[in-house]
Design a protein around this ligand. Structure first.
Ligand code: ADP
Length: 638
């Protein structure tokens, strides 16, 4: 039979597996068992709606059959099986399998065969069989098909695949073990004690019974007597087919039996994540709706696991998987949470449409959200750097959640939000209000593209000098969040650039207005000099050491304008902030400009106005419209 070639990347991985110097070769058994268990899950699920499957839940099992004479170890399952095409597709290529992720990591870390220590931190899948075997034969028959398939490979040089007869649905993976070497006794994988230990170590939680023939020594009386009159015994071997795993899934076991560490190991193996999860939520609820849940907040927002690839929460009913990635359990703001929910109160054959309206699911979802929130709040209190890490990864989901559905969830989420008050400090709004001095009436915030830029805004100076903190926002979404939150503990939000800071008395305001009227000609002149760059020029009392600042009038801020500039439609890209130039009348630069104007040197006054405007653009973090013109104006001053 003609050999077929593996796809390039599969071949490379195979090479790694075959020549692996990795000491943890034993994980191959876990991988093959886990595939068998997945295959049974699939057929068991099918059997819920398809009577023709003809198997009960109790009939499913995985057999491990070592054969010392043939030097093979076979893992047999009565799961869904593979068709010829599937065998070729699934075993001939590393497609979406864990092996692919592994390969990506290998490349990323430039870890060629000399550093294989990372193998085994992931599921490496079917190919791991080649770490211990020089030949692997797979014989399978898919449910619903008449014929079976025989796939065989001795490694990187290719594989053969052909139709064959097979009576039962399911799969045999027959691994022909390599010859023993000084370093590795491959033959040990044929020993019952060794296999048993490996199953306990790696596959104890597999839901299906893993069965093996196990020999026991027993003794019986021969009927004869020893010299001292005691009975004589003879020893004989009894072989019993036993289940070697405890089967109860980790989430079904009591908290006292399973440590947090065990749960974390489970998470890493299941999700093929090298990083520990940031948080773990374990629930065992008994009541109107009973359920067990084991949920995780992943270590980081991983592109591979975001969007449609998100792992999400898997629903089980009494240990039988009923739905992967159940999106109706928790709201989108917690969509990054992964894990398992198992409830005997959920019906087994349930569709996504029905599930949406299932009362039990709502109850479970609500409870879980409270638990997740509680866990996050605990993290925030006990380990702020870790919480910041969490927020950097997943904060955006919470922010979007606040704005979703007209702010319906804002009060549930508000205490989970943190905001920058300096480049290395983030606090909640509650903490902000608690730390406010008596005299402070509002929550001040400033917006720019980075915290650093926001901190450099000239309007900050006055607020900070009064001992008031400022919250620095770095995206239009942040502004929308505050808009939706409306207030915190009765304190309203104040944009230090565009809003009244509330520092002035009525008299002071009046005096300022009078000054503005007095200087009308001057302000009109500046406005005219700048043409349609600005809609208005006015005096401000918000500035201390800076001569001027660029602000906006109306709903569109400079940050929003920047954001819209990359928008999808022409219309969106055309959205502009209405610019206002605010001048600090007490500043020598403004005084100098006004003096030029008063003395009739309008040409110079105009140039100074242009320089001040361009510098206000710079400080506000927006692009100077005409940088060359700006530099020319400055050099002319020398
Ligand atoms: P992964 O399990 O991560 O998808 P593997 O390389 O372990 O990657 O397996 C590739 C695919 O081969 C599986 O996704 C499955 O479709 C198929 N497969 C492997 N073992 C079995 C089995 N025992 N029964 C049915 N299908 C199997």
């Amino acid at each position: 039979m003609a050999k077929k070639q593996f796809k390039a990347e599969s071949k490379r991985l195979l090479d790694l597996m075959i020549n692996s110097i990795y000491t943890n070769k034993e994980i191959f058994l876990r991988e093959i068992i886990s595939n068998a268990s997945d295959a049974i899950d699939k057929l068991c699920y099918l059997s819920l709606t398809d009577d023709k499957v003809g198997l009960n839940r109790d009939d499913f099992k995985i057999d491990i059959i070592p054969d010392k004479t043939a030097r093979t170890i076979t893992v047999r399952d009565n799961g869904i099986g593979m068709s010829l095409q599937e065998a070729e597709q699934n075993l001939g290529v590393i497609a979406k399998s864990g092996s692919f992720k592994f390969k990506g990591e290998m490349e990323a870390e430039k870890a060629e065969s000399e550093d294989l220590s990372i193998i085994g931190q992931f599921g490496v899948g079917f190919y791991s069989a080649f770490m211990v075997s020089d030949k692997v034969t797979v014989i399978s028959r898919k449910y619903g098909e008449e014929k079976g398939v025989r796939w065989e490979s001795s490694g990187a040089d290719g594989y053969t695949v052909s139709e064959c007869d097979r009576d039962e649905v399911g799969t045999d993976v027959i691994m022909h073990l390599k010859t023993d070497t000084d370093e590795e006794i491959y033959g040990s994988y044929l020993e019952t004690w060794k296999i048993k230990a490996l199953v306990k170590k790696y596959s104890d939680y597999v839901r299906w019974p893993i069965k093996m023939d196990i020999d026991h020594q027993e003794r019986r009386e021969t009927g004869e007597k020893n010299n001292d009159g005691s009975p004589k015994y003879e020893y004989y071997t009894v072989t019993a087919n036993e289940t070697v795993n405890s089967m109860v899934p980790i989430w079904q076991r009591s908290k006292s039996d399973v440590s947090d560490e065990d749960c974390i190991t489970f998470y890493k193996e299941k999700h093929r994540d090298r990083k520990d999860p940031l948080a773990l939520v374990r629930v065992n609820a008994e009541g109107t709706v009973s359920y067990k849940a084991l949920l995780f907040v992943p270590g980081e927002e991983n592109n591979e696991f975001s969007g449609t690839n998100r792992i999400g929460i898997t629903l089980y009913s009494n240990g039988v998987m009923i739905m992967e990635k159940c999106e109706d359990l928790v709201h989108d703001y917690f969509e990054f949470v992964t894990g398992i929910v198992d409830s005997p109160d959920l019906s087994l054959n349930i569709s996504r449409e029905i599930l949406q309206h299932t009362r039990q699911l709502h109850v479970i979802g609500q409870n879980l959200e409270k638990k997740i929130k509680g866990e996050l709040e605990k993290m925030m209190k006990e380990d702020r750097p870790k919480y910041e890490d969490f927020f950097r990864n997943f904060g955006i989901h919470l922010k979007v959640g606040v704005c979703d559905e007209y702010g319906r969830y804002k009060d549930f989420l508000r205490d989970l939000l943190i905001f920058y008050t300096s480049e290395d400090k983030q606090i909640t709004l509650k903490e902000y209000v608690e730390a406010m001095p008596e005299s402070q009436k509002k929550i001040y915030y400033a917006t720019s593209d980075t915290v650093k830029h926001a901190m450099g805004l000239p309007q900050c100076e006055d607020v900070k000098s009064r001992g008031y903190e400022i919250i620095y926002l770095t995206s239009p979404l942040d502004e929308m969040v505050l808009e939706n939150l409306r207030e915190q503990d009765g304190k309203s939000f104040c944009n230090i650039v565009t809003d009244d800071l509330g520092f002035e008395t009525e008299e002071e305001k009046k005096a300022a207005e009078e000054k503005e009227i007095e200087s009308k000609d001057f302000l009109d002149f500046v406005k005219e000099s700048l043409g349609d760059k600005v809609s208005k020029v006015s005096f401000t009392r918000k500035l201390v050491s800076q001569p001027c600042a660029l602000t906006t009038d109306g709903g569109v801020s400079l940050e929003m304008e920047k954001y819209f500039r990359h928008g999808p439609s022409e219309e969106m890209r055309g959205i502009k902030a209405v610019r206002v130039l605010e001048l600090n009348g007490e500043h020598s630069a403004v005084k100098a400009m006004q003096a030029c104007f008063d003395s009739g040197d309008k040409e110079k006054a105009k140039k100074l106005a242009e320089i001040l405007y361009a510098s206000s653009e710079l400080v506000a973090g927006v692009d100077v419209e005409d940088p060359v013109g700006f530099v020319n104006l400055i050099t002319e001053l020398f």
